[in-house]
Design a protein around this ligand. Structure first.
Ligand code: NAD
Ligand code: ZN
Length: 249
């Protein structure tokens, strides 16, 4: 076994309070492109800012059109070896919390209890009313949109309905940020995987963990912004690396 992977294995054996922090890179092995991959649907279009969604019907239409254009990819995605290993580390009590920038719900699908997953950027597998927070499933919204272009409104309060994600320019979810900070301050090991660590405030967590005395490990195919402050950096694929280190097939 690679020496770095073996070192990670040793850290996982002794850790009882790890935080696992994930970005788009943990889901590429499930067929969901990351932010930067060439031709990926996330980069083909300029982002739609939250204010535009609120004020422009055309922006709302385009937002839903884009969401449904990636529906098949998201629906077909299954948890991969990396997600399975993360769920096993939670089950073993090695790690207590998963903080994710992802919106695909694959940590929960792999078996991490929902109350252990902190979603910093929300979740795109369902929708919610922006005013009263009522939850809506996507199937009926898609059916109405494709039938005659209907855009969803809340049946309770007539508020705007949007996927339960945090858009560019939208306030970060305060409770999730608070919980993520608390977990980060108290962890013994902070394992950041599949994130270029450029998007703030999310990328502030590995820094904070290090300042609070945790061991910082980064697994990412390419160099990240924080490689120079990490205790261990593995430029390797996540599924195989974490699977081997944790002894999980
Ligand atoms: P990013 O695209 O900026 O960085 C992903 C990193 O993962 C890259 O550095 C890449 O080299 C690495 N990577 C990709 N596949 C890998 C693999 N199999 N093994 C190891 N490394 C791998 O992603 P980010 O830092 O998460 O920021 C992008 C933002 O876009 C996030 O905030 C997220 O909300 C959103 N996003 C989410 C999803 C998702 O939910 N699956 C997908 C794309 C983008
Ligand atoms: Zn409502």
């Amino acid at each position: 076994m690679d020496r770095g992977v073996a070192k990670l294995g040793g850290l996982l054996e002794t850790s009882r309070q790890a935080v696992i922090f994930t970005g788009a890179g943990i889901s590429t092995e499930s067929g969901i492109p990351d932010f930067r991959s060439p031709g990926g649907f996330w980069t083909r279009h300029a982002p739609i800012y939250f204010d535009e969604f609120l004020t422009s019907e055309a922006a709302r239409r385009e937002t839903w059109r884009r969401r449904f254009s990636m529906d098949e990819t998201l629906k077909a995605a299954r948890p991969n070896r990396g997600h399975v290993a993360v769920a096993e580390l939670i089950r073993r009590g090695t790690a207590q919390t998963v903080i994710t920038q992802n919106i695909d719900g694959l940590h929960q699908a792999a078996g991490v209890p929902a109350d252990r997953v902190i979603e910093l950027h929300g979740n795109t597998t369902y929708a919610a009313c922006l005013d009263c927070n009522a939850r809506y499933e996507l199937e009926p919204i898609r059916a109405a949109f494709e039938r005659d272009g209907t855009l969803p409104r809340c049946t309770r309060c007539f508020g705007l309905v949007k996927t339960a994600t945090i858009s560019f320019g939208q306030q970060m979810p305060l409770e999730a940020m608070r919980e993520a900070e608390r977990a980060t301050r108290h962890c013994d090991l902070f394992l950041a995987m599949g994130s270029s660590l450029v998007v703030y405030p999310a990328a502030g967590f590995p820094r904070l963990a290090k300042e609070c005395g945790a061991t910082l490990v980064i697994i990412n195919r390419e160099p990240t912004e924080l490689d120079d402050i990490a205790d261990l950096v593995l430029h390797r694929p996540i599924g195989e690396t974490l699977g081997q280190a944790a002894g999980i097939q």
